[in-house]
Design a protein around this ligand. Structure first.
Ligand SMILES: [Zn+2]
Ligand SMILES: [Zn+2]
Ligand SMILES: [Zn+2]
Length: 393
């Protein structure tokens, strides 16, 4: 990515033929020089995000936007001189796909270590699926692209999957003494995992619509050991054993667990700002069943408030407010979230250097949890080591 690879941008738009991309950067490589008065074309269910000096600074809803200082007040604040007349603006644009991404697969790449009270240290594999939707595009770009340096859809999905596996590992470490008892904890596990991850994903401006565990499997040698006669003696209760076998083979279908888990965590986090929710609602009504089919039943469309006219309701004080408000004019609630403090989760104002609540620097990265026993770097906030199963302090 040499700086000599400069692309002059006059019309900035993106059409995702694959339907698989969460985000797309323009230009794809190198830097962009945006001409004064350039056209930014944002399609339905997209958000256009202006990325300047490593930060997302402004979000644009669907429509055609002419990029001039007069139209983008935030630019006047960022740039020392008004943008215009002479030099183009060196910046990038990210497009965020705001639709629901259904049936993404997660799973353990390497099996996670679990200290089983009866079987000793064992390595478990787990797989499942999840649905996500970007609800706060600026926060999404700032937290994952800006802070964590994940630039492509693949890198972002990979990172989200690692978080899921890490929280799964934590849940087992904190709540399960032996996989022999897994069967009785299975439902709790799915629900608790989804709740925990909903919080994690909210920090990235994402709504985790659903998350399922489809299988939890011990390695063949453990399975064999369990089947082994000598091991059988350790398992006094045969009924337990049968239950465990059921749990191992459990292909807990998404369908059965589905609707029960669907509403979880909907009250937490935040809604999609009016400027995006509006277009999404319109699009839904025009494209009707086609989109409906992709985006799951309407009960699942958490952030998509259906506003009438040019108004939207503040999720905090519930008063009607203009759709493009970044803050509620009545209660000050931040509608379009720019960044969140990694320490306390407070919404940060654009260009804040420090958190107004706890004083931590706004560009602080979440620190990985390093295991004191094996040295493995675990995901920030992890409580059990994925590598050796040790409790992290
Ligand atoms: Zn309000
Ligand atoms: Zn803070
Ligand atoms: Zn470790």
């Amino acid at each position: 990515m040499g700086t000599n690879n400069i692309i002059f941008l006059e019309v900035i738009e993106w059409f995702d033929e694959t339907g698989q991309e969460l985000i797309h950067r323009i230009p794809e490589n190198g830097s962009g020089e945006i001409k004064f008065g350039a056209q930014l074309v944002v399609r339905d269910s997209q958000a256009g995000i202006l990325f300047y000096k490593g930060k997302a600074t402004e979000a644009f809803g669907p429509g055609r936007h002419t990029l001039k200082t007069a139209n983008i007040p935030v630019l006047t604040k960022i740039l020392s001189a008004p943008w215009g007349m002479t030099s183009p603006l060196r910046a990038e644009v990210y497009f965020a796909n705001m639709k629901v991404f259904p049936n993404l697969k997660w799973g353990t790449k390497n099996p996670v270590a679990f200290k089983d009270s009866e079987l000793g240290l064992i390595r478990l594999r787990a797989h499942g699926i999840f649905n996500i939707q970007i609800v706060q595009p600026i926060l999404f770009i700032n937290s994952l692209v800006g802070t964590m340096g994940k630039f492509t859809t693949e890198e972002i999905e990979e990172y989200l999957k690692r978080i899921i596996v890490s929280r799964f590992n934590d849940y087992l470490g904190e709540n399960l003494d032996s996989i022999l008892n897994l069967a009785s904890h299975y439902d709790e596990l799915s629900i608790a995992l989804q709740e925990r991850l909903h919080k994690d994903f909210t920090r990235f401006g994402l709504n985790l619509e659903r998350l399922y565990i489809t299988s939890i499997t011990p390695p063949p040698e453990v399975q064999k050991a369990i089947d082994d006669q000598s091991r059988m003696n350790a398992i006094k209760d045969l009924d337990k054993f049968v239950k465990m076998k059921a749990a191992m083979a459990m292909e807990k279908a998404a369908e059965s667990q589905g609707e029960a888990g669907a509403g979880i965590g909907m009250g937490m986090g935040f809604m999609m700002p009016g400027m995006f929710a509006q277009s999404f609602a319109q699009q839904q009504s025009t494209t009707g069943n086609v989109l409906q089919a992709q985006t799951s039943p309407s009960s699942g469309a958490a952030g998509v408030a259906i506003p009438s006219k040019q108004e939207n309701n503040c999720p905090d004080c519930h008063n009607p407010i203009p759709v493009d408000s970044k803050f509620c004019p009545l209660c000050g609630h931040q509608q379009l979230v720019f960044d969140q403090c990694v320490n306390c989760g407070k919404n940060l104002a654009p260009n804040a250097k420090f958190c107004s609540q706890c004083g931590h620097p706004s560009d602080e990265k979440p620190a990985p949890a390093t295991c004191s026993k094996c040295g493995q770097e675990n995901m920030p906030g992890a409580s059990f080591c994925n590598q050796c199963g040790e409790k992290l302090v």
